[in-house]
Design a protein around this ligand. Sequence first.
Ligand code: OSB
Ligand code: MG
Length: 369
Amino acid sequence: MRIDRLELRPIKLPLAHFFETSFGRTDDKHFILVRVDGDGVTGYGECVAEVDPYYSSETNDTCWHIITSFVAPRVLGAEFAHPRDVFAALKAIRGHNMAKAAVEMVAWDLYAKQRGERLSRTLGGARDRIESGVSVGIQLSLDDLVAKVERELAVGYRRIKIKVKPGWDVEAVRTLRGRFGNIPLMVDANAAYTIKDADHLAALDAFDLMMIEQPLDYDDIADHAALQRRLRTPICLDESIKTVGIAREAIAAGACRIINIKPGRVGGFAESIRLHDLCAAQQIPVWHGGMLESGIGRAANIHLATLPNFTLPGDIAASQRYFDPDLIVPAITGAADGTIAVPDGPGVGVTVVSERVQRATLEACDVRL
Ligand code: OSB
Ligand code: MG
């Protein structure tokens, strides 16, 4: 497999609804769209970095810089026997996993297309459908939260995750349990607490949550282990799991019982598969996270989520929750039973609508401002 051409495009898509987490509110999704051409085939993917270094230290600008200056020279024109070799070829570049993943994942799409095979199969997955859950942002009021969750349950989503932060946590969970009973419910704090909040977080144990995602800081394994000893509710790590090595340490330390896999966070599909396999061997269930991707990245995520240890519904939901219209056809839709079909056809199996991409493209200088 050879990548002859690499194109980066800064994209801005308005979100259908604002999305608020403990680190802030997003109204538009800005991302780098990646296109590669090789051996007469075209692959597409997207970089999951955001405008600000709040979820991750990477941003769109750092990814643009790392891809153009360091990743592209190592992959352009190089011959790879398999896309799993791409991450290894980028070893000299420390960190910058989102930048690496943006190119690595497109290499998998290109390879799968060249073989005329569904990406899920190339990745080692077998399922035809994945279980879908939603991530519900912080709302303006508890009434808004109830209304939003009611709509998502009516659509059929199999698990509700709500974003929490100090001042928007125990009451929000109590309200949802009171109104909706024993639904599959979890919370994601995006690192908003410290170990000093352990007693406060222990109050969540009364509500039988599936898990608490990333309660403490993004680089803190030891305090997560201490907190997990204090809580009955399983801790799931997201931000902390930047590499497979850190995952091994976190599991050994008892810092989590569940892991959220986002290929952008760990450097692409090959590393995600290693992380998935490590977790399977350690009896740690995994689920697929989301980064408000457009249909291009969303489709790629669906393929990865077909691997066998993705046993919990993840943050992969229908396109229209995020963007209307999305950049692809057909749009990603959910069935009434809360599942999503794996796109069929070679590679990611979705078609990019070039007029929509044109309309959403920013001048490079806009993204750099
Ligand atoms: O912590 O999982 C997260 C979105 C952006 C950055 C971080 C996170 C999220 C989400 C949204 O929770 C998941 C989605 O619906 O794509
Ligand atoms: Mg998270």
